[in-house]
Design a protein around this ligand. Structure first.
Ligand code: CUK
Ligand code: CUA
Ligand code: CA
Length: 642
């Protein structure tokens, strides 16, 4: 069914029925079943759903001539490929995949000792986990903009958070969160809530979706009413979990204020339901606001407890314990049915929570939220300054820095551009306030959306990327598994203009887009970063300690040194390779046939592998990364003596 077919079904507006989606309408959430065909917006004129922009208008060109560089970096999550992807924009070219949670055969991630240590191993040395599901990636801040130090990404399957160094684009730490399941949203803070000197990221907040028995050790299996979820705070530098907040209901996405005072998460399972029917039984759920300074004071004062084997201090953020605003650690703001996505506007004033099962966006004003914590408002719900209809299945929101928000409408397969101040006026009773500015059909069923610099104070309103979950007919068919469709939209004018489709391997979720000069990457390692580095050619060779053997090798195009080495059957071999080439782009690979070993060493990098020499014979260790005219000759002969 095409978008046009859907439109023709839209002849009998029934605003009463479409106010919220009920269980029968939920079939539409499957994406394929987009035939619900309801459009929800009361706003007429340019903003009426039927008036989506025609894609005919010409937008800015995304084409770069050979050799031209992109002007923006895009950091994308890879979804259940478990990686972190780097795109150049506006071309949409994929530049890199940084392996984090899942082994990677190109780089040797999950094969080298260094990467296994970051990923985590079992006592027998095998990897603890080999699957991952990345959804959200965000970068570290300074003065309200990205500072190019780190990015973080979540693994929903095994509740892990990975940090990526943005100088080398490598994952350098992974932390598994205790006491939670379905770790989903992440967001770094943007400054410290109390110390004005700390105007950069020191914490990363993590929301967990699934509520579980606490501790989850076999107790309370059939008592879902006792399951709980937590909001976690991870230290940006040490990557230790600083504290957790026990809450009622669940978490989903996360957002932070520019003043560092509040962190937020939207909540779709206020009902504490254990089945989806129960998770959508209430008409309203919540958006939770965490008072960071108060939580840290409570942790410091020892008003905490722990669960099971975890030593992480947990404070009580449940509704009953947080009714008094003067002492509350958490505020529960009521928002319509099963919201998805919470996003902070670049002017620092508002948080926007999209309705998902309600066709609305809710605008929550930061200063009013702080007023509630100061005891100046009688209900946290009074921080809501707008709750307006924007279309069916609203999920995520981006900003252009000119007062407009762009929200994906999953069911309508559209992006709606709406003006936040006009929405606030409309909500306050000004019926003439035209808050819907434009609508654009996207192909198809969009999830995340983001604009250039949107999650900083420097949103520049140039490019908007839309992560479409279904590509259907947009690409040559390649069998049953379709690419996802990342679309690029020019938002520099009044009307949104679709300018490009980019197929991507499933399935990215969230992403950020920022100016290329915000990061300075290094193309050559410093040998000193690696404690095991084989720094001198005279240090190479085989070093035996009983059955444990260390083989030290260096690479310098087009040769490995030594050219051959001997070990004995049954040895535990640790092979350390340092790349002595200093030339940019001169990477070598090291593969050992039949030993299931392959990894790379970039210029001046050291990596090591440990394996049991369990097969006698001759094994030509060869360079897998094309490096030189004599690349094919670049080998070292491993002789395993029987
Ligand atoms: S969730 Cu994927 S479309 Cu995990 Cu950010 Cu909304
Ligand atoms: Cu070294 Cu190819
Ligand atoms: Ca709900």
């Amino acid at each position: 069914m095409t978008q046009d077919d859907t439109k023709t079904l839209d002849t009998q507006p029934d605003l009463g029925r479409r106010k919220f989606l009920n269980t029968t309408a939920l079939v539409g959430l499957s994406g394929a079943g987009l035939a619900v065909g309801l459009s929800a917006c009361k706003q007429e004129g340019a903003g009426a759903p039927g008036a989506a922009s025609a894609p005919a208008a010409a937008g800015a060109s995304t084409h770069l001539k050979p050799g031209e560089l992109d002007t923006y970096y895009g950091l994308w999550s890879g979804g259940h490929t478990g990686d972190f992807r780097v795109l150049g924009l506006p071309s949409g070219r994929e530049l890199h995949r940084v392996p984090c949670f899942v082994p990677d055969a190109l780089t040797g991630w999950g094969i080298t000792n260094e990467s296994k240590k970051i990923m985590g191993t079992r006592p027998d040395g095998s990897l603890k986990y080999t699957v991952g599901d990345t959804h959200h990636t965000h970068a570290s801040y300074k003065d309200g903009n990205y500072d190019g130090r780190y990015a973080w990404i979540n693994d929903k399957i095994n509740s892990r958070i990975a940090r990526i160094r943005l100088d080398y684009f490598i994952c350098d730490k992974i932390t598994e969160l205790p006491n939670v399941q379905g770790f989903h949203g992440i967001f770094p803070d943007k400054r410290d809530p109390v110390d004005p000197a700390i105007n950069y990221t020191t914490r990363v907040f993590c929301g967990s979706e699934f509520h579980v028995p606490l501790p989850n050790d076999g107790r309370d299996l059939d008592a879902p009413e006792k399951y709980r979820s937590m909001f976690s705070c991870v230290d940006a530098e040490t990557m230790d979990v600083r504290w957790q907040v026990l809450i009622d209901g669940n978490c989903d996405l996360a957002a932070t204020s520019y003043d560092g005072k509040l962190a937020a998460t939207n909540q779709y399972n206020t009902e504490n339901g254990a089945r989806y029917e129960n998770m959508m039984s209430a008409e309203r759920d919540a958006c939770l606001f965490f008072n960071v300074a108060r939580i840290e004071a409570a942790v410091k004062a020892g008003k905490t407890r722990t669960y099971g084997n975890s030593k992480v201090p947990v404070v009580d953020g449940t509704r009953a314990a947080n009714a008094d605003p003067k002492t509350a650690l958490v505020a529960y703001v009521s928002v319509p049915k099963n919201p998805h996505g919470v996003n902070a506007s670049p002017d620092g004033k508002y948080f926007i929570c999209a309705g998902k099962l309600s066709p609305t966006a809710t605008v929550i004003e930061l200063s009013k939220m702080l007023d509630w914590f100061d005891g100046k408002l009688d209900s946290p719900d009074k921080a809501i300054v707008a709750e307006v209809e924007i279309g069916l299945g609203p999920l995520h929101t981006a900003f252009d820095g000119r007062g407009n928000a762009y929200t994906t409408l999953f069911l309508d397969s559209q992006v709606v551009k709406w003006n936040v101040e006009a929405a606030i006026k409309f909500h306050a009773g000004d019926n003439k306030a035209q808050y819907v500015v434009d609508r654009l059909d996207v192909q198809y069923q969009p999830g995340h959306i983001n604009a250039s610099q949107s999650e900083t104070m420097f949103a520049d309103g140039k490019w908007l990327a839309v992560g479409c979950k279904f590509s259907k007919d947009r690409y040559l068919p390649v069998g049953p598994l379709h690419a996802e469709n990342e679309q690029l939209v020019d938002i520099s004018g009044d009307k949104m203009v679709m300018v490009a489709d980019h197929p991507v391997r499933p399935e990215p979720h969230d992403f950020i887009i920022f100016k290329r000069d915000l990061i300075r990457t290094k193309q050559i390692y410093s040998m000193d970063e690696f404690p095991l580095a084989v720094k001198d050619a005279k240090d190479v060779g085989v070093f035996r300690d009983g059955k444990k053997v260390t083989v030290k090798i260096i690479s310098q195009a087009p040769a490995f040194d030594p050219r051959e080495f001997r070990v004995k059957l049954g040895d535990e071999v640790t092979l350390i390779l340092t790349n002595h080439d200093k030339v940019e782009d001169l990477t070598h690979g090291f593969a050992i046939p039949n030993y299931n070993v392959n990894f790379i060493v970039n210029p001046q990098e050291t990596a090591s592998v440990t394996f049991k020499a369990d097969k006698p014979g001759v094994f030509w260790c060869y360079c897998t990364h094309f490096c030189h005219a004599l690349h094919l000759e670049m080998r070292s002969r491993m002789i395993v003596e029987a």
